[in-house]
Design a binder for this molecule. Structure first.
Ligand SMILES: Cc1cc2nc3c(=O)[nH]c(=O)nc-3n(C[C@H](O)[C@H](O)[C@H](O)COP(=O)(O)OP(=O)(O)OC[C@H]3O[C@@H](n4cnc5c(N)ncnc54)[C@H](O)[C@@H]3O)c2cc1C
Ligand code: SF4
Ligand code: SF4
Length: 485
């Protein structure tokens, strides 16, 4: 270069735009009458505008906060360049359940987006949806050379599906055992106004060329003992059995007609059934299942009064803010600081006795504990009580020798490194949300692959490009460490 050549101009940092391109929603008055989709996808033009707000951080906080390290920074860059096919490919490269997650992920990435410091974070989840709407999303995953080893996955929820995919693209022969007639796990209880079974089908259709076989309607533990899987030639077993059972309130009167477990209610409605409800519906709980229950009850029982009863305050509710806001817009009534004491009625529910609570000092986890106020009982008249206070595992027929740990949220996992159980070759995982369950399965598959590679006498390898042409699974430039929320 000549000595007097002018220096290249320094790139001007893009100006940070704090205002999000609005996401179009169905009006609350119109949407409560049926299960139509509430949030509409961006148009192509809106997606490009929103993607251009991203300043392409050198350190990708958004990727570090995503439990499956989805390279969202890269798909946003491609959308900004109007390359929707490229964006869809990057999305599906890291995320085999993208058609589902683009509708229901709790957006851990957005909590860490730097734009949130000045305004509204980039609509990362919604842009994922745009990538799949406008880019080529009917791609098929490609398996690498067969490894000659079989792996049994138990449970076809998000953890089991992620594991089956990750093992399948690595060249393992995978059999997924699932109790239910359909795959998807608890995703099949999420109401259709947020996502449909069709979304799960789109996702699993991309598995078509992998050596993954789904055995539906078969319960491991009772129909098939865990030990027999190892004896039948599976080199390893991954238990991803989640929380298929509901938790009860533990108060008198739960056996009355009109008391409805939320999980069964949402599952039946998702499958297209109508569940008979009354006119005065109380939903007990403050999490996402409670939020789905109030909003579904409104749609199933037009004109009924639907009230949420929760023992803490609004700001203490574990439910996603987007869902709480949706329920408020739909005119659900909220009753805070009330704890159920008894359900009363003569054969049928006639009322819920509640006691007022005050919030005491925070516990070790930082949450303020409800303290009952003596003599504050009152009866809330109602004809239906939907119980949405959590889920639990169902480990009937699972041997004690696995020495499983049950997490506070209810799913079983192995106590060893990467969730290995006490039985060699058996692992157990789950997670608090779809993407967390997938992230846990992803980490476990890394260890499981090392375990199987040792059996073959070869070194473990990173996950290959699932489309068979790019570099192996990698972390994007600038990535330092995972952020867990
Ligand atoms: C109503 C509702 C709404 C939710 N909404 C969201 C949301 O919007 N976003 C989000 O991220 N998360 C949401 N979640 C949470 C999310 O669905 C779960 O965290 C996630 O599904 C856990 O995945 P998993 O694979 O660990 O378990 P699960 O989804 O519970 O899947 C376990 C699977 O194993 C099967 N199984 C169990 N035992 C056996 C056995 N012995 N043999 C064979 N198969 C077995 C079960 O039938 C099931 O299919 C919601 C949950 C509920 C209930
Ligand atoms: S943190 Fe936000 S602004 Fe930065 S790369 Fe990710 S999406 Fe873009
Ligand atoms: S999967 Fe969820 S957390 Fe990860 S990038 Fe997508 S929306 Fe964000």
């Amino acid at each position: 270069m000549a000595a007097d050549a002018p220096a290249a101009p320094k790139p001007v940092p893009p100006k940070l735009n704090p205002v999000r391109v609005p996401i179009v929603e169905e009006a609350p008055d119109a949407r409560v009458h049926d299960f139509r989709t509430v949030l509409h996808a961006y148009s192509r033009e809106e997606a490009v505008l929103e993607a251009k707000r991203c300043i392409q951080c050198r350190r990708p906080w958004c990727v570090e906060a995503c439990p499956i390290t989805q390279d969202c920074r890269e798909y946003i860059r491609l959308i900004a360049a109007e390359d929707f096919d490229g964006a869809a490919r990057v999305t599906l490269r890291d995320d085999p359940l993208a058609s589902s997650l683009c509708k229901v992920c709790y957006r851990y990435c957005e909590e860490w987006c730097v734009v949130a410091k000045k305004g509204v974070p980039i609509a990362i989840r919604h842009l994922k949806r745009a990538a799949l709407e406008y880019g080529r999303s009917d791609l098929a995953y490609v398996a690498s050379a067969p490894k000659g080893q079989r792996v049994a996955v138990v449970g076809a929820g998000p953890a089991g599906l992620m594991a089956a995919w990750d093992l399948g693209v690595r060249g393992y022969s995978v059999t997924v055992f699932e109790t239910e007639p359909e795959v998807g796990g608890l995703m099949l209880t999420i109401p259709a106004y947020r996502m449909t079974e069709e979304d799960v089908r789109h996702d699993t259709a991309r598995f078509r060329d992998l050596d993954v076989t789904f055995v539906r309607g078969r319960r491991v533990g009772s129909d098939v003992p865990v030990r027999s899987l190892l004896a039948d030639g599976y080199a390893a077993v991954l238990l991803a059995v989640g929380t298929p059972a509901h938790r009860t309130l533990g108060v008198p009167g739960e056996d009355l007609v009109g008391v409805v477990p939320a999980l069964g209610f949402l599952k039946a409605v998702h499958a297209g059934s109508t569940v008979p409800l009354g006119r005065e519906i109380l939903v007990v709980g403050g999490g996402d299942v409670a939020m789905d229950s109030v909003r579904t009850a409104l749609r199933q029982a037009p004109g009924a009064h639907v009230t949420l009863v929760y023992r803490r305050d609004r700001k203490e509710m574990p439910a996603d803010g987007e869902e709480v806001h949706g329920a408020e817009e739909e005119k659900v009534r909220f009753l805070f600081r009330k704890a159920p004491v008894e359900i009363v009625g003569r054969g049928r529910v006639e009322g819920l006795v509640v006691r007022s609570v005050e919030l005491g000092p925070p516990d070790a986890g930082g949450r303020r504990q409800p303290v009952p106020v003596a003599g504050s009982e009152e009866t809330l008249p109602c004809d239906t009580v939907i119980v949405a206070v959590g889920q639990r595992s169902d480990l009937r027929g699972f041997p004690d020798e696995l020495d499983l740990r049950i997490t506070p949220q209810g799913w079983p996992e192995g106590k060893g490194s990467a969730h290995a159980t006490a039985v060699p070759g058996v692992f157990a995982v789950g997670g608090k949300s779809v993407v967390y369950a997938m992230g846990a399965a992803m980490e476990t598959v890394g260890e499981l692959d090392a375990y199987l590679a040792a059996q073959r006498g070869t070194p473990p390898t990173p996950r290959p490009d699932p489309f068979g042409s790019g570099p192996a699974f990698h972390l994007p430039p600038g990535y330092t460490k995972p952020i867990r929320s």
